[in-house]
Design a protein around this ligand. Structure first.
Ligand code: GLC
Length: 619
C-alpha cells in the first residue's frame, strides 16, 4: 500500500501534501537537510497538491480529490472469521455450525487459495467443494456470507480458460518484445493481467461471474503489489510494458497503482454483474484513492505484542491517508498468539473499522473458542458489543463515505489544538464518541490513558472523569479501557447472531449528560441496497442534547434527511450522568411508555413509542 500523502500538524494547523507521482519515490522529512522537505522520484512530473486547515478539513479535501468509499453492506461490519484455509467443505461448515452452536455472532467466513483448483483463479477444487452453490446456499441459510480470495497471477496452463483468453486477447503483461512476462506465485509460473487497460479490467471483472452466480458474497484481492514468490525474478522488472489507458507505460510507472487498478476491475465487475447489491472487496495492495474501490487489510503480520501495537498505529496512519476502513489480521497471521494476546487483540479488534481474524497455514487454530472457555467468554462479550454498536459503526462508515473521515481517528482529530495528543499512538477515537485504549502490553492489568479536554465517561462503570489529564485505569483480562465523550448519544441494537438475523424492534439510545450543547448523528438504511443515496432509501437523524448546569435540559431527535422507515417502533433511552432524579419528564412527538430512575446507578430509563422526531424535556 503506497500512499504518497503526508499530513503535518503544528499548533493546531494541519497541512496535507499529496505527491501525485506513481514512480518509485523518496520523501526526506528534513533528515538530511533540517527544515527542508525533499521529494525525489525516479521519473514523472512533479505534481504536488497542498491543502491546509484542520486534520478533518484536510482529509475532506484530500478525499474530494482522490475519492471516498461507498457504503459497504452492513454485514461487512459484523465479525469475520478467516484462515488459510478452511478446507475441505466439511471443515468450513463445521466452523459455521460451531459459531451458531456456541452463540458467538459472526457474519462472514473466508475461503483462502485452497478453494481453487490448483490455485487457478475463478475455479473450484471440486474434490473439496463438490457443489459450491449448494454449500453457499446452506451457509446463507445460517446467516453467513462467504468471501473468496482472488490473486492476479494466472496459472500458465494451456487447458485453463482464463489463461487461454488472456493470451489470445493480449491482455497480459509483456516484455518490450511482446513476450508475456512470467513469474512464480502459488500456482507456479504465472502471467499477469494488465489492469491499466480498460478492456482487461472489463474482462477481469466479468471473470467473477461464475463465483458470484454460485453465491459468493465478496472478494478478497491478494498478492496484487505484484508479489512474487521464491524464484526468479523476485519482482516485476521496470521494463515490463502496460497499456496505461492506451497511452503506453512501463512497469516503473504502473507498479504502485497496479493493485488499485485490480480492485477497480473487481469492484466494477461486481457492480455490473450484480447491480442490486453493494460490492464488497478487501485488498492488500493499493495506492492513493484505493478507498473508492476497496477496504484494506495490512498483510501478513505476526502473532506478537509488537504487531498488536502496530495494528493500531497502521490503522491510524491509513485512516489519515484516506483509507477509512482498514484492519490487520486479528490474532496475527504467522505464529500462534496464545490466550492472553488473542484476547487483547479481539478486544481492540471490536473497535476496528472491520473485524476479521485470519491466520496462516500451519498456525494453531484461532477461532474464538480455540483458547478455552474463559477466552471464549471474553471474545463473545466483545463480539456482542460490536453487534450492539452496529448502528453507531454504520453511521461512522456513512460519515467516511461523505467526508472521508476514517472510523479510527487519532486523538487530536476532534481537538487539533491539544498538542499533548499529537504523539499518542496507542489510543484512538472510534467514530465521534468513543475513545479506545487497548491493552497492548503482555501481563498488564492496568494502563495509563490520556483523556483529551472535556468530560469523559468510563463505558463500563459510567463514572465521569474530567479530561485534559492522564488517568490510570484497571484493565483485567476481560476489560478493554473504553470511554465515551460527554454529550454523546450512542445508538445501540440488541445482540444478533448475524446482522440480518431479525428486524430490530427497539432502538436504544445511551445519552451521556454534560453541560452544554452537543449533536450526534445516526444514519439508517436497509443495510444492503446500492441506491442508498436516494431520499426514500435512507434517513439521517441528529440528536441535539442541551444540558444546563443544574442537569435540566432537553434531547431532541431531528430527522435531517431522507424518508427511510426503520423496522423499530420503540426507542429506549438511558440517560447517564444525572446527579439526581429529574423532577419532571415531558415528551413531545411520541408516547412515554415507561420511566424510572435508578438511584443506585444514577441512570434514568425511558421508553418511548416514537420512531422519528421527538423532544424530551428533563426538569
Ligand atoms: C498472502 C496473504 C494471506 C493469505 C496467503 C495465502 O500471504 O497476505 O492473507 O492467507 O497469501 O493466500
Amino acid at each position: 500500500m503506497s500512499i504518497p500523502f503526508l499530513v503535518s500538524l503544528v499548533d493546531g494547523k494541519a497541512a496535507g501534501l499529496f505527491f501525485d507521482n506513481s514512480y518509485r519515490s523518496w520523501v526526506d522529512l528534513g533528515a538530511s537537510k533540517p527544515g527542508t522537505l525533499e521529494y525525489r522520484a525516479l521519473k514523472g512530473e512533479f505534481r504536488l497538491y497542498v491543502m491546509v486547515g484542520t486534520p478533518q478539513t484536510v482529509l475532506e479535501r484530500y478525499t474530494e480529490l482522490t475519492g471516498r468509499m461507498s457504503l459497504l453492506p452492513l454485514w461487512a461490519l459484523g465479525f469475520q472469521q478467516s484462515r488459510w484455509s478452511y478446507v475441505p467443505q466439511s471443515r468450513l461448515l463445521e466452523i459455521a455450525r460451531t459459531f451458531r452452536e456456541r452463540r458467538i455472532p459472526c457474519d462472514a467466513l473466508y475461503l483462502d487459495i485452497d478453494y481453487m483448483d490448483g490455485f487457478r483463479c475463478f475455479t473450484w477444487n471440486r474434490k473439496h467443494f463438490p457443489n459450491p452453490p449448494q454449500m453457499l446456499a446452506d451457509l446463507h441459510a445460517q446467516g453467513f456470507k462467504v468471501v473468496t480470495i482472488i490473486d492476479p497471477g494466472i496459472k500458465i496452463d494451456p487447458a485453463y480458460e482464463v489463461y487461454q483468453d488472456g493470451l489470445a486477447w493480449k491482455y497480459l503483461l509483456t516484455y518490450p518484445d511482446g513476450e508475456p512476462f512470467n513469474a512464480p506465485v502459488w500456482p507456479g509460473d504465472c502471467h499477469f493481467p494488465d489492469f491499466s487497460d480498460p478492456q482487461v479490467r472489463q474482462w477481469w471483472g466479468d471473470n467473477h461471474q461464475g463465483l458470484l452466480e454460485d453465491g459468493v458474497d465478496g472478494i478478497w484481492n491478494d498478492m496484487n503489489e505484484i508479489a512474487l514468490i521464491t524464484g526468479f525474478p523476485r519482482q516485476v522488472p521496470d521494463m515490463v510494458t502496460h497499456s496505461k489507458e492506451g497511452q503506453g507505460a512501463d512497469h516503473a510507472e504502473i507498479h504502485n497503482v497496479y493493485g488499485l487498478l485490480m480492485t477497480r476491475a473487481c469492484k466494477e465487475g461486481q457492480q455490473r454483474l450484480r447491480p442490486d447489491r453493494r460490492p464488497f472487496l478487501l485488498t492488500r495492495s493499493g495506492w492513493a484513492g484505493v478507498q473508492r474501490y476497496s477496504i484494506h487489510w495490512t498483510g501478513d503480520n505476526n502473532s506478537t505484542w509488537q504487531h498488536l501495537a502496530l495494528h493500531v498505529q497502521m490503522v491510524l496512519t491509513l485512516g489519515i491517508s484516506g483509507i477509512a476502513m482498514a484492519s490487520a489480521d486479528i490474532g496475527g497471521f504467522s505464529g500462534g498468539p496464545g490466550p492472553e494476546l488473542y484476547t487483547r487483540w479481539m478486544q481492540a479488534g471490536a473497535f476496528m473499522p472491520f473485524y476479521r481474524v485470519h491466520s496462516m497455514k500451519g498456525s494453531p487454530n484461532q477461532e474464538p473458542w480455540s483458547f478455552g472457555t474463559q477466552v471464549e467468554k471474553i471474545c463473545r462479550k466483545y463480539i456482542e458489543l460490536r453487534y450492539r454498536l452496529l448502528p453507531y459503526s454504520y453511521t461512522a462508515m456513512w460519515q467516511a463515505s461523505q467526508s472521508g473521515a476514517p472510523l479510527v481517528r487519532p486523538l487530536f482529530w476532534a481537538n487539533p489544538e491539544d498538542t499533548r495528543a499529537y504523539s499518542i499512538q496507542d489510543q484512538y477515537l472510534y467514530g465521534d464518541a468513543f475513545l479506545v485504549a487497548p491493552v497492548i502490553t503482555q501481563g498488564a492489568t492496568q494502563r495509563v490513558v490520556y483523556l483529551p479536554d472535556g468530560l469523559w465517561f468510563n463505558f463500563w462503570t459510567n463514572e465521569s472523569i474530567p479530561g485534559g489529564q492522564m488517568v490510570s485505569v484497571d484493565a483485567p483480562l476481560d476489560s478493554l479501557p473504553l470511554f465515551v465523550r460527554g454529550g454523546a448519544v450512542i445508538p445501540l441494537w440488541p445482540v444478533q447472531q448475524y446482522t440480518s438475523e431479525k428486524p430490530v424492534e427497539t432502538l436504544e439510545l445511551q445519552v451521556y449528560i454534560t453541560a452544554g450543547n452537543t449533536t450526534s448523528q445516526l444514519y439508517e438504511d436497509d443495510g444492503s441496497s446500492p441506491n442508498y443515496d436516494s431520499p426514500e432509501a435512507h434517513r439521517l437523524s441528529e440528536f441535539i442534547l442541551q444540558v444546563n448546569q443544574d442537569g435540566s435540559g432537553s434531547l431532541r431527535r431531528v430527522i435531517r434527511q431522507g424518508g427511510y422507515t426503520p423496522a423499530y417502533s420503540h426507542q429506549k433511552i438511558r440517560v447517564i450522568g444525572l446527579k439526581s432524579a429529574p423532577s419532571g419528564v415531558e415528551l413531545a412527538g411520541g408516547k412515554l411508555l415507561s420511566q424510572g430512575y435508578d438511584t443506585a446507578t444514577g441512570i434514568l430509563h425511558l421508553e418511548i413509542d416514537a420512531t422519528g422526531n421527538f423532544e424530551l424535556l428533563l426538569e
